[in-house]
Design a protein around this ligand. Sequence first.
Ligand SMILES: *[C@@H]1O[C@H](CO)[C@@H](O)[C@H](O)[C@H]1NC(C)=O
Ligand SMILES: *[C@@H]1O[C@H](CO)[C@@H](O)[C@H](O)[C@H]1NC(C)=O
Ligand SMILES: *[C@@H]1O[C@H](CO)[C@@H](O)[C@H](O)[C@H]1NC(C)=O
Ligand SMILES: *[C@@H]1O[C@H](CO)[C@@H](O)[C@H](O)[C@H]1NC(C)=O
Ligand SMILES: CC(=O)N[C@H]1CO[C@H](CO)[C@@H](O)[C@@H]1O
Length: 362
Amino acid sequence: MMKIFTFIKSFYVCSFLVLYHPFVVTATIKPLYKNYSFPAVIAFGDSILDTGNNNFVATIIKANFKPYGRDFIGGKPTGRFCNGRIPSDYFLEYFGIKEAMPAYLDPNLSTEELLTGVCFASAGSGYDPLTIELASAISSEDQLDMFKEYIGKLKAAVGENKTAEIIEKSIFIISMGSNDISETYYLTPFRRIEYDIEKYTTMLITANSKFVEDLYELGARRFGVFSLSPIGCVPLQRTIKGGIKRDCVEKLNEGALVFNSKLITSLVDLKKKLPDSRVVYLENFTLLHDIIVNHTKYGFENGDGSCCGIANLELGPLCSSFTLKVCLDTTQYVFWDSYHPTEKAYKILVHETLNNKADEFV
Ligand SMILES: *[C@@H]1O[C@H](CO)[C@@H](O)[C@H](O)[C@H]1NC(C)=O
Ligand SMILES: *[C@@H]1O[C@H](CO)[C@@H](O)[C@H](O)[C@H]1NC(C)=O
Ligand SMILES: *[C@@H]1O[C@H](CO)[C@@H](O)[C@H](O)[C@H]1NC(C)=O
Ligand SMILES: *[C@@H]1O[C@H](CO)[C@@H](O)[C@H](O)[C@H]1NC(C)=O
Ligand SMILES: CC(=O)N[C@H]1CO[C@H](CO)[C@@H](O)[C@@H]1O
C-alpha cells in the first residue's frame, strides 16, 4: 500500500515537473530523514532565501535576468540572487524532499508544490519598517499574511487535520536582519540618530521573537533561524568601506556578532516558552568567515571579489546582460555578485550547518 502510494506520488510529482518545469526532471523523492519525515520546508526572510517572490513585486531588487541563474537547473534566471541554487533549495534537498523551492507568488504552483514547501522570503526585506520602505520589499507582516493565505489553500486541498499535521511537522527557516544592519543602520543616517547598535539589534531580535511566536500560534513547531553572516566581508562593503586594501569592514562584522549573540539567547528563551517547539540556531558566521578568509582550503581561488562584474559593486540590475565581465568558472568564487555567495559556497554552508544541526529538528 505504502509502496503504491509512494509510486503514485512520485509519478504525479515527476509528470508535473516534466510538464511544467522541464528543468527539474531528476527530482528525487526520499521522504525520510533518518526515521523522521519532514513534509515540507517553508522559508521567510530576505535574499538569502528568496527564490523569486520579488519577480512579482514593484521593486528594483530583482534577479530574474541573466546572468543570474546561469548554473541553475536549466540555466534559468528565477529571481534567486545566485548563479544557482540557494539555501532554501539546499534545505529541501538535504531532507530529501525536492530539489528546488518555488516562490509562493509564482502563479503556476501546483498542489504538490504547496504541500512540500514554498518560499515567502523577499530580497531586501528586514524587520525594520524603514528597511521595507527603502527596498520596497515584502515585510515580515506581509509574509505572515501570505502564509495565512497559504494555510487556507492547504486546507482546501487536503483538509484541516492534514494541514495542521503538515504545519506541525515541517521546518520553518527564517533569515532576516542583514539588510537592517548593513543597509538601514550603517548605510543611511536615519536610525543611528535614535539608536546605538545595542538598542537597534535588541529591536530586531524582539521582532524576530514575535515573528517566531506568530508562526507558533499558526501551528508551526520547528524553527531554524539563521545567524547573520560576516556582512562586512562581502565584496560591496569591502569596496566602499574597506579602504585601499579592501579589508573586511570590522564595524559591520561586529554589528552582526552583537545580533548573533542576542539571537542565541532569545532562541533559548523561545524554546522554553513555546511548548513542544524545536528552535534551532543556524550558525554560519564562523564558517562563512573561514570560507572567505581561508578560501583556498575550500577550493576557491577568489574569496573577496564578485564573479559578476568588474567593480565588485554589481548587484541586481547592475549584474545583468550589460555587465562588462562575468567570470568563466563560478566554482572558483566565494561570491557570485557583490553581496551574495555562489551556489558552491551556499552548498558547503548548508551542508556543514545541517550536519551539525539537522537532528535538532526531529
Ligand atoms: C530507525 O528505526 C529503526 C527501528 O526502530 C532503528 O533500528 C534504527 O536505528 C532507526 N534509525 C535511525 C537512523 O534512527
Ligand atoms: C505560467 O504558466 C504559463 C503557461 O505555461 C506561462 O505562459 C507563464 O509564463 C507562467 N508564469 C510564470 C510566472 O512562470
Ligand atoms: C480531525 O481531528 C479531530 C480531532 O482529533 C477529529 O475529531 C476529527 O474526526 C478529524 N477529522 C477528520 C476529517 O479526520
Ligand atoms: C583561517 O585559518 C587559520 C588557520 O587555520 C585560522 O587560525 C583562522 O581562524 C581562519 N580564519 C577565519 C576567519 O576563520
Ligand atoms: C552551530 C554550527 O553549526 N556551527 C558551526 C559553524 O561553522 C563552524 C566552522 O565550520 C563549525 O565549527 C561550527 O560548529
